[in-house]
Design a protein around this ligand. Structure first.
Ligand SMILES: *Cc1c(COP(=O)(O)O)cnc(C)c1O
Length: 430
């Protein structure tokens, strides 16, 4: 594979942009390569600047559930574009998207749009603190909620991949108000939430974790969390930035039948443009400015191009049978993947899947939390990643991320991915 152009772009980028990338997860350090620079993408295909073609399982880290450059999304953006790109004043498109989001998430009475998942989670905890008058935020080890100061404690995603324990630049004064506890650990959860001296404002959780690789909630864990937060008057926030509109139209909360007090969204709701959102019941949401005193604002919030892309995306996802079709496809693919793992690497991998998100951990498993995820052999994942990339399969450049199946993945794409997985597994067999 020739990657000369990518190499030269990377060299220039490193002189101008820290690490040559605008988000650390794009660096391929942990898998022992340099990032490829992309020229274009359509459907499931990504074409790099050297004209290599790949079948994409990263899907822009989640948003591209319809595949890249989907004609309906492109048309919606084009239609919005001719009227201008930003007004700093409300538009009917914001109402349209808000209505669609609220209809899909019955636990939400009102929603506020922002421009990224980070903004959504950051604003949600400010609101939870403002609403309760308490300070402490409980999160779970290995969950990632964007890069706001309060969340960079035992965080997942690029923070694990690069082995950064927390982050310099985050004052202890802020971190001391965040308590991170193990995912799926009922006992610690119960003990922590029962401690009134902690003054807990909220608990934030990825209802299905996707940022330490995919880790599903243990049977009954979310129910327990809902019970305890209600009992102790703590705001429960589901960070559904990945899982919202991914696991079902109504996200993980509809899949597991749990109504959180607040929900954070991002990724899919922007159809590939920068959008985030947070919402909840009327009482909590009425505390946000200008209705209430908790401040949160955004120059480009509710941007018309992003709203148009979001509306078109949610319309496509609302078509009957969409999620059943995606589920069936992902389930069949994962079953084949499991067969290959059992044949070539018996006892050496663990495949976790919920809906169309999955991770193959190079780890005998079970993988149920951050600690067990961290037992994975990242060297081996790197080897696997490089073999797959050489064979034209674009995976996340980290063991601790999800692979996503989109509506665009064809039987041919998936068959090819399995074939390449088989040959890669054979090569990395011990
Ligand atoms: C990606 C992600 C975020 C942050 O969203 P950005 O748009 O990258 O700021 C927050 N929470 C979860 C669960 C995510 O996966």
């Amino acid at each position: 594979m020739h990657i000369d152009k990518s190499k030269s772009f990377f060299k220039r980028a490193q002189e101008l942009i820290p690490g040559g990338v605008n988000s650390p997860v794009r660096a391929c350090k942990s898998v022992g390569c340099d990032p490829l620079f992309v020229k274009k993408a359509f459907g499931t295909k990504i074409i790099d600047v050297d004209n290599n073609e790949f079948i994409d399982f990263v899907c822009s880290w989640g948003p591209m559930i319809l595949g890249h450059n989907h004609p309906k999304i492109v048309a919606a953006i084009e239609q919005a574009l001719v009227n201008g790109t930003s007004y700093g004043a409300p538009t009917p498109l914001e109402i349209e998207l808000a209505e669609m989001v609220i209809n899909a998430f019955p636990a939400m009475d009102k929603v506020r749009f922002v421009s990224s998942g980070t903004e959504a989670t950051m604003s949600a905890i400010r609101l939870a603190r403002g609403y309760t008058g308490k300070k402490v935020v409980i999160k779970f080890d290995g969950c990632y909620h964007g890069h706001a100061d309060s969340f960079l404690v035992q965080a997942g995603s690029g923070v694990i991949t690069l082995g950064i324990p927390g982050s310099p630049g985050v004052p202890d004064d802020i971190v001391k108000n965040t308590i991170s506890i193990p995912y799926n650990d009922f006992e610690t959860l119960e003990k922590t939430l029962a401690d009134d001296s902690l003054e807990i404002a909220c608990v934030i959780i990825e209802a299905v974790a996707g940022n330490m690789g995919v880790v599903p909630p243990a049977e009954g864990f979310l129910q327990k969390l809902r019970e305890l937060t209600t009992q102790h008057n703590i705001v429960l926030i589901f960070d559904e930035v990945i899982t919202g509109f991914r696991l079902a139209l109504g996200g993980a909360q509809s899949r597991f039948g749990i109504a959180p007090d607040m929900t954070c969204l991002g990724k899919i709701i922007g159809g590939g443009l920068p959008v985030g959102a947070y919402g909840g019941n009327k009482e909590i949401m009425s505390q946000i400015a200008p209705e209430g005193p908790v401040y949160q604002a955004g120059t480009l919030s509710g941007n018309p191009l992003a709203m148009a892309a979001g509306v078109a995306t949610l319309q496509a996802l609302s078509e009957p049978g969409f999620y059943d079709r995606l589920e069936t496809k992902a389930e069949a693919f994962a079953a084949e993947l499991q067969k290959l793992a059992d044949k070539y690497l018996p006892g050496e991998t663990t495949l976790n899947r919920v809906g169309s998100m999955m991770t193959t951990f190079f780890n005998g498993g079970p993988v149920v939390d951050f600690k067990s995820a961290m037992k994975s052999d990242t060297e081996r994942y790197g080897q696997f990643f490089r073999e797959m990339l050489q064979s034209g399969i674009w995976l996340a450049p980290s063991q601790f991320e999800a692979a996503f199946i989109s509506d665009a993945h064809s039987p041919e794409d998936l068959a090819q991915a399995l074939e390449m997985t088989e040959s890669s597994f054979k090569k990395i067999k011990k």
